[in-house]
Design a protein around this ligand. Structure first.
Ligand SMILES: Cc1cc2nc3c(=O)[nH]c(=O)nc-3n(C[C@H](O)[C@H](O)[C@H](O)COP(=O)(O)O)c2cc1C
Length: 133
């Protein structure tokens, strides 16, 4: 099964704390692991950016499930592509206001945002911490 990657952005529909987001990420990590899906979930108190990587069918299934979740909306797929290796080996997440991302995560995020172009960077304009390191 070829490896697949989906990257999307979305907006929280209501107030969401970093703690609630951490809860989503923890539950997601368990479920995703069972499907061999890994990735990254970023949250900057209003918006999400998530990368899902794994077997194509599993990634599409997980994305379809996430897209129906009423806790966020206005999903925009930024990238959907076949990949040869996972860009984000382990599940992780970062906040602009809590648990600081590790340097290596920050580097990967910076690289990803660069690749994604100015509109994605603008999407995360509120989280300078992640951009500037
Ligand atoms: C921003 C965001 C990201 C999410 N990411 C995942 C994820 O990667 N994997 C996952 O299983 N659920 C994720 N969820 C939760 C799912 O949307 C859903 O609530 C969960 O999979 C339970 O689905 P079910 O109620 O259909 O069983 C995410 C939710 C949000 C709001």
């Amino acid at each position: 099964m070829p490896l697949h990657q989906i990257m999307y952005i979305s907006s929280a529909t209501g107030a969401m704390t970093a703690q609630q987001c951490a809860g989503i990420a923890a539950a997601s990590a368990v479920r995703n692991r069972a499907e061999d899906v890994t990735g990254l979930l970023l949250f900057n108190s209003r918006r999400f950016l998530q990368v899902l990587e794994g077997p194509k069918e599993a990634v599409e299934r997980v994305y379809a499930r996430i897209a129906k979740d009423g806790r966020h909306g206005a999903l925009v797929k930024l990238r959907e592509t076949a990949i040869e290796t996972r860009e984000f080996g382990a599940w992780d997440m970062a906040y602009d206001d809590a648990a600081r991302p590790s340097d290596s995560l920050k580097d990967k995020v910076a690289a990803l945002l660069e690749q994604a172009g100015p509109s994605t960077r603008a999407h995360f304009v509120g989280s300078a911490e992640m951009h500037r390191g």
